[in-house]
Design a protein around this ligand. Structure first.
Ligand code: NDP
Length: 448
């Protein structure tokens, strides 16, 4: 029988030898492997069936060329990815990211995390992720359309409403989903729920736009309740100013919090009277401009170059909602010194392992991404249900389901942490609860 350390070392040796040069993927695998050692010890059938060794290998990996023509007639070539990681509990499900930093390591870490996140949502969806190193920033609508059409011309043969259902992520919002869907429909000649995040007019779900941010706030509400607190009067810092950040800000503000700072990749704004979200929405969602322009309209606010300084500001709650590894150990120590009581991960893996350790050591209530930001994909699963039954639920119906799902995720994490001797540790709880569900399903389905 292997000791826990030997188990983690063995697993890391496999991924490091088989997948060299994929640091983000290695980081995600290590984080889960370390948490699930008690499960492996208590359930020897998982070890015998090599469940974890199978989970870390994607079921299918698709890498493809995406050529497209810009407005000046120049030809560009990007690389497209879709990793179909695990279908033990349902069709592959996970977003598409269009960003110049995208590479195989990032797509695999996101797809790997997605397996476990999706398992927590209580809906029947497997894990996948995809994207491209294409940068939509600064491109015209027509250029984005031509890129999306080229991307989908390859992807369409690998996806389907019962096979793999992509959605948005960084750089893929309503505009991109529209262009991708249009091309899918044209090639496949059928109107089915093959993408989520669609417009309400043609098959989208109410609340999907808001779901990740709202769900994050619903999850953090439980963290605050555990300390006998609510959002009223709290100062909140949110990194990013994209889909997740904007709707987390909207929900927290409605619950009585003051959003004091937000950012984009260029820098951060501070408005101690509370950020005016209508301005941020217009600048970022409609005009696709930079967040620094906020201070032109609100001169009492400040702009600081570079996004990282945002964590040095005093706050009660921090919601990192921009990108991976954006909040490190030093930033975590600053938040602790400033008496921050709760941190909820809106982005995927935004806190480094050292930062998560600092929060745990200092009693900061911490909501890990795969639990705290699962509201988006959960609502995507509700969109799939509505598409397959040809129903449209109201905003209130979907929002009520989202709240219930976030409560259920929180309770699953608490319960699993308790059962495996780590009470209150939601990082361990999220990893254990989701691994048990996927692992049991894989055991039942044999060696496939
Ligand atoms: P968007 O593309 O809508 O927004 C991303 C935001 O983050 C932009 O404001 C961008 O700024 C900013 N940003 C990027 N890098 C940095 C940085 N280093 N520092 C500060 N800000 C930065 O993406 P989403 O909001 O959809 O996604 C954000 C995160 O949430 C990602 O990790 C994603 O995987 C995760 N997530 C998203 C879900 C969804 O439903 N959308 C679901 C679950 C997780 P700029 O405009 O300058 O690029």
């Amino acid at each position: 029988m292997l000791t826990p350390t030997e188990f983690v070392d063995d697993v890391m040796t496999i991924v490091q030898q088989r997948d060299p040069g994929e640091p983000e993927f290695h980081q995600a695998v290590r984080e889960i492997a370390e948490s699930i050692t008690p499960v492996i010890e208590r359930n020897p059938e998982f070890r015998r069936a090599q469940i974890f060794e199978r989970i870390i290998e994607p079921e299918r990996l698709i890498v493809f060329r995406v050529p497209w023509v810009d407005d000046a007639g120049r030809i560009h070539v990007n690389r497209g990815y879709r990793v179909q990681f695990n279908s033990a509990i349902g069709p592959y499900k996970g977003g598409l990211r269009f960003h110049p930093s995208v590479n195989l390591s990032i797509i695999k870490f996101l797809g790997f995390e997605q397996i476990f996140k999706n398992a927590l949502t209580t809906t029947p969806i497997g894990g996948g992720k995809g994207g491209s190193d294409f940068d939509p920033k600064g491109k015209s609508d027509l250029e984005v359309m031509r890129f999306c059409q080229s991307f989908m011309s390859e992807l369409y043969q690998h996806i389907g409403p019962d096979t793999d259902v992509p959605a948005g992520d960084i750089g893929v919002g309503a505009r991109e989903v529209g262009y991708l869907y249009g091309q899918y429909k044209r090639l496949a000649n059928c109107f089915v729920g093959v993408l989520t995040g669609k417009s309400i007019d043609w098959g989208g779900s109410q609340v999907r736009t808001e779901a990740t941010g709202y769900g994050l706030v619903y999850f953090v509400t439980h963290l605050l309740q555990a300390r006998g607190r609510d959002w009223q009067g709290l100062r909140v810092i949110i990194s990013g100013s994209g889909n997740v950040a904007i709707y987390a800000a909207e929900r927290a503000a409605r619950l009585g919090a003051t959003i004091v700072a937000m950012s984009d990749s260029g820098g951060y704004i501070v408005d101690s009277a509370g950020i005016k979200l209508d301005t941020v929405k217009r600048i970022k969602e409609v005009e696709r401009r930079r967040i620094c322009e906020y201070v032109d309209e609100h001169p009492s606010a400040e702009y600081h170059e570079g996004p990282h300084g945002i964590w040095s500001l005093p706050c009660d709650v921090a919601l990192p909602s921009a990108t991976q590894n954006e909040l490190d150990g030093d930033a975590a120590r600053q938040l602790v010194e400033n008496n921050c009581v709760a941190v909820g991960e809106g982005a995927n893996m935004p806190c480094t392992p050292e930062a998560v350790h600092v929060f745990a050591e200092n009693g900061v209530n911490f909501g890990p991404a795969k639990a705290a930001n699962a509201g988006g994909v959960a609502t995507s699963a509700l969109e799939m249900t509505q598409n397959s039954t040809r129903e449209s639920w109201t905003f209130e119906q979907v929002d009520a389901r989202l709240r219930n799902i976030m409560r259920s995720i929180y309770n699953q994490c608490l319960q699993a942490a308790d059962e495996y001797g780590q009470p209150g540790d939601l990082v361990a709880g999220a990893n254990i609860a989701s691994f048990l569900k996927v692992g049991r399903s894989m055991l039942a389905q044999g060696v496939v």
